[in-house]
Design a binder for this molecule. Structure first.
Ligand code: PEP
Length: 251
């Protein structure tokens, strides 16, 4: 049975006061919704305060990035066991902003994915193409390269305890959403690629769509057969929008 999930990616936004207001509104707005999972991926310094607000609720918390290394002289990095100390459940790996702005290769992303799983964290693996790649017909090749880096390193069964997020780079933070059919086509391609390796892993794999999901377009995206939820950036910072998106998946 595929789990349904909405994940918020706060990026480098928020502060102690705003976070508390946002979270208390979300907790109230999602109270009692049980057949969908919710997670907010927050900046590292706020884990402790986020944990104190969210523990005991139906909303999990996680990180937006993690080191591939276990520990050592890696100034400025955060390890998977540190995330565990704060009871994180999820970590985003391979977000396009990490791949592009911080030069993370697919191999590094795969190493982060494997490191997260070693301590029981669920990685949310982001894959997606640029506009130029889409326009030159390279979408499937790019997605396959990003996916196979993980499968080659961690094995296809590793996807049993992971989530994939298809995030076309041209749709992130731009207000341009992939049409439900465009998103569905890539989701189906991802599921087919996993099925070719292992059918039952593919059937149970949760694949999120991310890229300018808003309260007014979430329902039609979530209605597509291979879209199991969303990874939400900008709209996860506005409680009423995030709640509406989560409820669109729940219905
Ligand atoms: C994201 O950053 O993962 C994202 C999907 O952002 P937005 O929803 O703002 O496009």
């Amino acid at each position: 049975m595929r789990k349904k999930l909405v994940a918020g990616n706060w990026k480098m936004h928020g502060n102690l006061v705003e976070n508390k207001q946002l979270l208390s509104a979300i907790v109230a707005g999602l109270d009692g919704l049980l057949n969908v999972q919710f997670v907010v991926c927050v900046p590292y310094p706020y884990f402790s305060s986020v944990q104190s607000v969210l523990q005991g609720t139906n909303i999990a918390w996680g990180a937006q990035n993690v080191s591939q290394y276990e520990k050592g002289a890696y100034t400025g990095e955060i390890s998977v066991s540190m995330l565990n100390d704060f009871k994180c459940s999820y970590v985003i790996v391979g977000h396009s902003e990490r791949r592009t702005l911080f030069f993370e290769s697919s191999l590094i992303v795969a190493e982060k994915f494997a490191a997260a799983q070693r301590v029981g964290l669920t990685p949310i693996l982001c894959v997606g193409e640029t506009l130029e790649q889409r326009e030159t017909g390279m979408t499937e090749q790019i997605i396959e390269e990003q996916l196979s880096a993980v499968v080659n390193l961690a094995g296809v069964e590793s996807l049993n305890k992971a989530v994939i997020a298809y995030e076309p780079i041209w749709a992130i933070g731009t207000g341009k959403t992939a049409s439900p059919q465009q998103a569905q086509d890539v989701h189906a391609f991802i599921r087919k690629g996993v099925a070719a390796r292992n059918m039952s892993v593919a059937q149970d794999l949760t694949i999120l769509y991310g890229g300018s999901v808003k309260a007014n377009n979430a329902s039609e995206l979530f209605a597509m057969p291979d879209i199991d939820g969303g990874l939400i950036g900008g709209a996860s910072l506005v409680s009423s929008d995030f709640i509406a998106i989560c409820r669109a998946l729940h219905n």
